[in-house]
Each structure stands twice: as structure tokens, then as C-alpha cells.
Design a protein around this ligand. Structure first.
Ligand code: ADP
Ligand code: MG
Length: 381
């Protein structure tokens, strides 16, 4: 890969936008198409309100354009979306850099389709893992790699293991180095794509459903696929390095309520119907995008499980991609506008990527000394 990050450098958040096809329900209710891709970076949103007088009085045009790193419409294939957003993060992850991809947007806009996909058109999860295993296979003579996969859900500030739901609610723990870990989560190891898709589809069925919309799955739960790649050289030497890259792939809860709150500049409020993690994420993105992308003095990651877990992805050591999703329908205009404004704000965020290297020479030197001591003792016997 060409643009592998250097040892430590600023990385601008990559923001992609995907417009899904108009669906049957939308056509049935007479919705028109108001969101369209203009070119590979630009989208236009047309206010369906016909009242030109009103627009003139408010001093704004009916049409507004937005620019992103990449824009997709209903013609876009899953492979195309994957290649333009996620594929080129893989080499970095194997080299020991962290990366995060998250799907953002209101319920029904296509987040799960992009991330998980369907059997005939798998999404980013499976495509990424497939390519990751291919790359690892290609360098297996020089490198000893292990890959661990965890799939979890955050719902109502509780973490559940989607690969082992019977394990109950899990806790976040901070280790001595300040790294956040999930205690007791299943770490699965496989390189078979079919097995992975089956596992993730099964896990996805375990996502909490909203009681008010029994058939609408998971609109308030965040699903996170966490892939950890540990790698060490097969050539043993005293300065041996261990690299560890972490990749988070996140299918966020529906952003309908949070984006409104965010765009009106309100602070996070507690409430039974408000998703704490999503609002904390909105507040973090808001704070991080301040001061021309340098970020506010203080960013409160501690407000929710999601932001604690994604701290590095947002403001720290990670190359991060946001894929915002909208419906093209006039009936979803407000939601689409909120999502576009929010994604536009996220473009300002910068992270700082650096390689996670652990030098084992110190430990090796210690063991070499211990062995030498023991040898001497044996000789003395
Ligand atoms: P979300 O996860 O954002 O709530 P979904 O991914 O479940 O939304 O999408 C809602 C419906 O629209 C699903 O039936 C899904 O298969 C369909 N859909 C979404 N995006 C696309 C797309 N790009 N092409 C075809 N169907 C799509
Ligand atoms: Mg979904």
C-alpha cells in the first residue's frame, strides 16, 4: 500500500457519505428524491418545502451542496464502498497502527447494510477480515501473526458479548497503560470467511431490539466488531518487536434524536429516550472539531461506554473513517440534513497515529541473565 502512515503523524478523519436507494414504503407514500450524488465527492440536498418566499425571506436557497472525501449513491456496490473507505486501513493494522470505521446515520438509512451486509452482498466486516487474512497469509514466512475478533453491543450503557450473550453484562477496565479493555469478552480466532459471516449474522440477531418496534432491529444499540492483530517476526533476535494493531468496526445506533440535539447546539441531557452513548459521541465530535480541528481544551470521553471505548478512534491514536448514511426521500429530509451537517462537522477532526510497538529486548535480556545465573548454580552443584 502506498500511503502507509509514518511513525507518528496527524490524520484527518475521513468522511464518506452513502445514499441508499429509495425504498418501497417511501415510494408508496409519494416521496420524491431530494438527496443526490453530484460527483464522487459532492452531494446535493433539496429542501422539499415549495415555499420560495419563505426561502428568500430566510435568505437561503432550496439546494445545499456538501463535500466529503467520497460520496456514494444507490448504484454503489458493497465492494466499491469497502475499497474506498476501509481496504487501505488493513496494511496499517498489520503494521501495528490502530484504525476505526464507523457507520453513522438515522435508523433505516443503511448502516447495517454497509457494515454487515447480506449473504449475497456481504459488507465491510467480512470483506475486511478476508483481506486481512490474505495479507497475513502472504507474509506468514516472515511473520507470526495472531488475530482475535470480538463482537459486542452497547445498549443502555450496558455491554453484551454478541458471540456469547449468556455471559451477561461486561465491564470496561482501564489497564496500567491507560488502555481500555472489556473484561471477560470472547476473543474468537478463525480465518474462514464463511464461518465469520455466520458468526456475525448470528451475533447480529442477538442485538437488542426496541420494544416499541419489534421488527425494527437494533435501532438503539451500537454493535462493535473489534479485531486485534498481534505480530512478531519469525526471525528471532534480541531487538525483537511485537506489533499490535487494533481495528474497530462500529455500526452505531440510529442517530435521529442525537443529531437534532447536536445540531441545535444543546448539551447532552439525560432522559429515558435519549441514547447516552450517542450524545456523548456527538459532544466529543463537537468538542474535537472546535478551534479549526485542533479540538477543545477538554473533551469528555468519560461520559459514556461508547466514547470510552472509542477514545483513541476519535481523538487519539487511530486512522478513522466515518461513513454517514442517508435516505434519498423527501419524507426524511430533516434527518438527512442533520446527518449531512453533522458529518460535515466531523471532517474537521484530526487524530494522531503512531505505531504500537513493544520492544521485547528488555525482557529477553532479563531472561538471559536469569538463565546465566541458573547455569552457574547448576555448575556449582
Ligand atoms: P440501519 O442499519 O441504518 O437502520 P439498514 O442497513 O437496516 O439500516 O437498512 C434498512 C433497509 O434498507 C434494509 O432492508 C437494507 O437491506 C436496505 N438497504 C440499505 N442500504 C441499502 C443499499 N445501499 N442497497 C440496497 N438496500 C439497502
Ligand atoms: Mg442497523
Amino acid at each position: 500500500m502506498k500511503d502507509l502512515p509514518e511513525e507518528s503523524k496527524d490524520h484527518q478523519l475521513t468522511v464518506a457519505l452513502r445514499i441508499r436507494p429509495l425504498n418501497e414504503a417511501e415510494s408508496d407514500e409519494g416521496a420524491s428524491v431530494v438527496a443526490q450524488r453530484v460527483d464522487d465527492q459532492m452531494v446535493v440536498l433539496m429542501d422539499p418545502c415549495e415555499d420560495t418566499e419563505n426561502h428568500l425571506r430566510a435568505n437561503r436557497s432550496r439546494e445545499k451542496t456538501y463535500m466529503f472525501d467520497v460520496a456514494f449513491d444507490q448504484q454503489a456496490q458493497q465492494e466499491e464502498v469497502y475499497v474506498a473507505t476501509t481496504k487501505n486501513l488493513i496494511e496499517g493494522v498489520i503494521a501495528g497502527y490502530n484504525a476505526t470505521v464507523f457507520a453513522y446515520g438515522p435508523t433505516g438509512a443503511g448502516k447495517t447494510y454497509t457494515m454487515l451486509g447480506v449473504d449475497s452482498e456481504p459488507g465491510i466486516y467480512v470483506r475486511t477480515l478476508n483481506d486481512l487474512f490474505k495479507d497475513i497469509e502472504a507474509c506468514k514466512d516472515e511473520m507470526d501473526c495472531s488475530v482475535y475478533m470480538s463482537y459486542l453491543e452497547i445498549y443502555n450503557e450496558m455491554i453484551r458479548d454478541l458471540l456469547n450473550p449468556s455471559s451477561g453484562y461486561l465491564d470496561l477496565r482501564e489497564d496500567a497503560k491507560g488502555e481500555i479493555r472489556i473484561a471477560g469478552i470472547t476473543e474468537f480466532s478463525t480465518s474462514c470467511a464463511k464461518e465469520i459471516m455466520a458468526l456475525l449474522t448470528k451475533g447480529n440477531k442477538q442485538r437488542t431490539q426496541e420494544p416499541t418496534a419489534a421488527n425494527k432491529t437494533s435501532s438503539r444499540s451500537h454493535a462493535i466488531l473489534q479485531v486485534t492483530v498481534k505480530q512478531r517476526s519469525r526471525v528471532k533476535n534480541i531487538n525483537e518487536e511485537v506489533r499490535m494493531g487494533k481495528l474497530f468496526m462500529v455500526d452505531l445506533a440510529g442517530t435521529e434524536r442525537a443529531s437534532q440535539t447536536q445540531n441545535r447546539g444543546m448539551r447532552m441531557k439525560e432522559g429515558a429516550h435519549i441514547n447516552r452513548s450517542l450524545l456523548a459521541l456527538a459532544n466529543c465530535i463537537n468538542a474535537l472539531s472546535e478551534r479549526g480541528g485542533r479540538g477543545a481544551q477538554f473533551v469528555n470521553y468519560r461520559d459514556s461506554k461508547l466514547t470510552r471505548l472509542l477514545k483513541d478512534a476519535l481523538g487519539g491514536n487511530s486512522r478513522t473513517v466515518m461513513i454517514a448514511h442517508i435516505s434519498p426521500a423527501s419524507t426524511n429530509f430533516e434527518e438527512s440534513r442533520n446527518t449531512l451537517m453533522y458529518a460535515d462537522k466531523a471532517k474537521n477532526i484530526k487524530t494522531k497515529v503512531k505505531r504500537n510497538l513493544f520492544n521485547v529486548s528488555y525482557h529477553l535480556a532479563q531472561y538471559t541473565n536469569i538463565i546465566a545465573e541458573l547455569r552457574k548454580e547448576i555448575e556449582r552443584l
